[in-house]
Design a binder for this molecule. Structure first.
Ligand SMILES: [Zn+2]
Ligand SMILES: [Zn+2]
Length: 344
């Protein structure tokens, strides 16, 4: 089959490879559509500690089962499926305390979406491979994994009806926050440094946008735009920069929640005024990844039409045009590219 092989940082090539025999508990699916994602971008530029090259690139997809390994009972050829990229172990300290995003043995091993077929590993088949409901298009279903992270993030933000919400960053994750927050919040204010992304944020339900590129104090500018200058009830960081984390904390009203969602480069630090936490009772939260429950909630939201592929997909290319796919990814050109391994 045709597959985009990751050979090393900035070296991903289209190759013709043999399909290996399918192992017990595994499911093979024809990839109907794959999506690019910010994690792919980081992986392309730097590699990834959990993945040893060569491996097949890409992890977001929806497909159709073509073959099942020994012992697989819930799936059979012809079923349309979507998978999250991980599976918690189900038995460690954190899993037993119903906090599987902190699983001590989290299996994050799904890679291989940018190919004609993908083999879903047994732990993911067991916990996070779902059947796509009838009538849901593959390009919508393929959003399950990033949306599951955002469902988790919204839940942990303690968002209440009528709240003023700030979303910093209008990339794929920030835009999904906007989409979900817009249904509950009174007002959603979005910041980014790119106008094209802010325009899309407005389309997805933002009430106000602010281009913070070149602003000396984005936090002050955001506060000015909230009720009475108090600050936001909830401010979400979906960029992954320490300076944006700090600014996000300063955008929150007394007693509000700062959800520092975007992963920063390892080893980075932030500084917070102690009075923000003591006198102002600002709650600072980090949220990582998703859980099987959030993956299922994400698919329900997609099936109900709350989020569609068209919200985020800005381009569509056959896998044969891998170079164009990669250059859009690296150049932050658009939001997500739909990759079509079956051509067209
Ligand atoms: Zn992703
Ligand atoms: Zn566990």
């Amino acid at each position: 089959m045709k597959a985009a092989m990751f050979l090393g940082p900035e070296d991903v090539q289209l190759q013709e490879i043999e399909l290996p025999p399918l192992g017990p508990g595994e499911v093979r699916a024809r990839v109907d559509v794959a999506l690019t994602c910010g994690t792919d971008r980081k992986m392309y530029l730097r590699g990834h500690p959990l993945f040893e090259p060569p491996f097949i690139f890409g992890h977001e997809f929806a497909g159709t089962v073509t073959e099942v390994g020994a012992g697989v009972e819930r799936f059979r050829p012809g079923m349309r499926v979507v998978a999250a990229n991980s599976a918690p172990c189900g038995t460690c300290f954190y899993c037993m305390r119903r906090a599987p995003s902190m699983c001590e043995d989290l299996f994050i091993r799904l890679s291989g979406a940018f190919a004609e077929y993908i083999d879903v590993p047994a732990p993911i088949v067991a916990k996070n491979l779902l059947v796509v409901p009838e009538g849901v298009a593959a390009r919508d279903a393929a959003l399950v994994e990033p949306l599951a992270c955002v469902v988790h993030g919204i839940e942990r933000s303690g968002l209440r009806l009528g709240d003023t919400v700030v979303v910093n960053g209008a990339g794929p994750i920030g835009l999904l926050f906007v989409r979900l927050a817009a249904g509950k919040a009174g007002r959603v204010l979005v910041t980014d440094v790119r106008d094209d992304r802010l325009v899309r944020a407005m389309r997805l339900g933002a009430d106000t946008t602010l281009n913070v590129g070149g602003l000396d104090d984005p936090a002050a500018a955001v506060r000015e735009r909230t009720n009475g200058g108090r600050g936001a009830d909830v401010a979400i960081e979906a960029v992954g920069l320490p300076e944006t984390w700090e600014a996000t904390v300063r955008m929150v009203r007394k007693g509000g929640v700062a959800n520092l969602f975007g992963g920063c480069p390892s080893g980075t630090r932030i500084t917070v005024d102690t009075s923000t936490i003591h006198y102002d009772e600002v709650q600072i939260r980090g949220v990582f990844h998703h859980t099987p429950r959030h993956v299922r909630a994400a698919l329900e939201l997609i099936a109900g039409g709350a989020v569609t592929g068209a919200d985020l997909i800005t381009g569509e290319l056959p896998l044969d045009r891998l170079d164009d796919i990669l250059s859009a990814l690296v150049g932050h050109d658009g939001i997500k590219t739909a990759v079509l391994p079956q051509g067209r």
